[in-house]
Design a protein around this ligand. Structure first.
Ligand code: OAD
Length: 249
């Protein structure tokens, strides 16, 4: 991949870079992106119809099982070179703000020290009724586990369609978008708000916008640079060219 020399010098001098990742970054680990067709048992459902509070109220066991299957799948895969490259970048530049829409926990497993999980995490649950959080629970496989405080149903601690993002995470993300010198949008279709608007917030404050995606997205026309290909290939190459070749002379 050819990286324009002016981008390379700009990134070398940058002290704060913000990165927003989406499901595409985990695709090379073997996790299906959100808008890929589902497989097996789940092929008959559209994720958009499972990831809602209404779907949970209507059929809690179905929604719980879908997340249990996703959690199980996430547990069996490994971070890929794209995740590792971002973890490495956090050790190279003075400030890397890593924002993700992914709920799979792979950035943290790759060693990224602080990840802002805009859409929550499948590793945690909370009570649908009283909101108490839990990181462990008993699942007998038959029933949706219940809250130890109020016996309400436990739900995954993820953001569903129609729900607000966790306030602190969103505030940190907006601050990171507004104060960075370069904003990377990686492996996301840019269709879901408010995450999709972060690139625009960064752009309005003068940040250079860079996209890495297999294909063009609605953000592409607004980007200063767009690289089409796999993030697990482009990111390690970019880090090599921008930061490592410089230090090795
Ligand atoms: P999508 O499934 O909408 O988009 C994945 C994007 O990754 C697409 O644009 C692909 O072209 C791109 N892609 C796939 N493989 C790639 C690879 N190896 N390298 C680079 N790019 C690749 O996933 P998101 O944009 O993450 O929200 O979806 C955003 C949100 O929509 C999700 O967090 C979820 C969903 O609704 C909620 O559940 C609230």
């Amino acid at each position: 991949m050819d990286f324009p020399p002016e981008l390379v010098s700009f990134l070398r001098a940058a002290s704060h870079i913000t990165v927003l990742t989406g499901a595409g970054v985990s695709q090379e680990s073997g996790l299906r992106t959100f808008r890929d067709a589902q497989v097996g048992l789940w092929a008959q459902y559209r994720p958009e119809n499972l990831a809602t509070p209404e779907a949970f109220l209507n059929n809690p066991k179905l929604v719980w099982d879908w997340y249990a299957a996703r959690r199980e799948r996430a547990d069996t895969v490994e971070p890929n070179p794209g995740h590792y490259a971002l973890a490495e970048l956090s050790r190279i530049i003075p400030r890397l703000s890593l924002l993700t829409q992914n709920v799979d926990g792979l950035h943290a497993r790759a060693g990224s020290p602080s990840v802002i999980e805009l859409h929550g995490s499948i590793r945690k649950v909370r009570c649908f009724d009283c909101g108490v959080y839990a990181e462990t629970w008993q699942d007998d496989g038959q029933n949706v586990p219940k809250c130890s405080c109020c016996s309400g149903l436990l739900r995954p601690d993820v953001v569903w369609f129609g729900e607000s993002l966790p306030r602190a995470a969103l505030e940190s993300a907006v601050e990171a978008a507004r104060t960075c010198q370069a904003f990377f949008s990686i492996g996301t279709s840019g269709l879901v708000q408010p995450a999709a608007s972060l690139a625009h917030a960064a752009r309005n404050r003068g940040a250079v916008i860079v996209e890495i995606n297999l294909e063009p997205t609605p953000l592409t026309p607004k980007c200063d640079y767009a690289f089409h290909g796999k993030s697990g290939e482009i990111l390690p190459e970019l880090i090599q060219v921008v930061w490592k070749e410089q230090t090795s002379g």
